[in-house]
Design a binder for this molecule. Structure first.
Ligand SMILES: N[C@@H](CCC(=O)N[C@@H](CS)C(=O)NCC(=O)O)C(=O)O
Length: 200
């Protein structure tokens, strides 16, 4: 199998961490690309042109990070999507919250990257930052739910916090969310996290 990623992409990082945590990494060839450069042929793999995408041995390519993660979970020996019951909904809620941070943060970054003349869309940026701070507040109040066996929820939260540190380092989130910060310090020791650090 081949996993297309870019080192800076937090969505691709979710899939790369999932590959390691499910025990599937050895079966996957990692292919680093620059999605914004639209590499030749990549839209045949993922017509949306984004990373990550997984070229499978047993079917057409899969894309969208959560779909790729769920496939790796299904194939791997170690499960990161709890099968059913309250633990599953907790993990999926954390995944949705973390994706909310990523979607808002990436939108803000894209506005910066593509801005041409005229005023920046400050209203748009303020709204994204409100979403980020609201999600961080919720995660802080539910930090106990981030303990226990590794799940896709924990992985996604680690990717979201890591992305804030990577691209928004000037906006401190730790002071107002000390419990989340402490959880992140401990979780970030995992090999899957250090190996996929965009700044490593
Ligand atoms: N919802 C998608 C988002 C993926 C995404 O936005 N990837 C970015 C990199 S962080 C990308 O490839 N952007 C290139 C583009 O938008 O054309 C997922 O979860 O996989």
């Amino acid at each position: 199998m081949e996993l297309f990623y870019s080192a800076a992409s937090p969505y691709a990082r979710k899939a790369r961490i999932a590959a390691i945590e499910t025990g599937m990494a050895d079966k996957i060839e990692m292919k680093a690309i620059m999605p914004w450069e639209d590499p030749a042929g990549y839209r045949d793999v993922n017509p949306i042109g984004k990373v990550p995408a997984l070229v499978r041995d047993d079917g057409p390519a899969l894309y969208e990070s959560n779909v790729v993660c769920e496939y790796l979970d299904a194939q791997g020996d170690t499960k990161i999507f709890p099968a059913s019951g309250p633990d599953r909904w907790t993990a999926l809620r954390q995944l949705a919250a973390a994706d909310g941070i990523l979607d808002s943060s990436v939108l803000t970054r894209i506005e910066g990257m593509f801005h041409e003349g005229g005023a920046i869309a400050q209203k748009l940026i303020d709204r994204q930052e409100l979403s980020v701070s609201s999600v961080l507040k919720q995660l802080e109040s539910e930090v106990a739910d981030l303990e226990g066996t590794v799940t896709i929820g924990q992985i996604a939260v680690a990717c979201a916090l890591g992305y804030r540190d990577f691209r928004f380092a000037e906006i401190d989130w730790r002071d107002a969310h000390p419990k989340l910060a402490a959880w992140h310090v401990a979780f970030a020791q995992r090999q899957s996290i250090t190996q996929t650090d965009p700044e490593a």
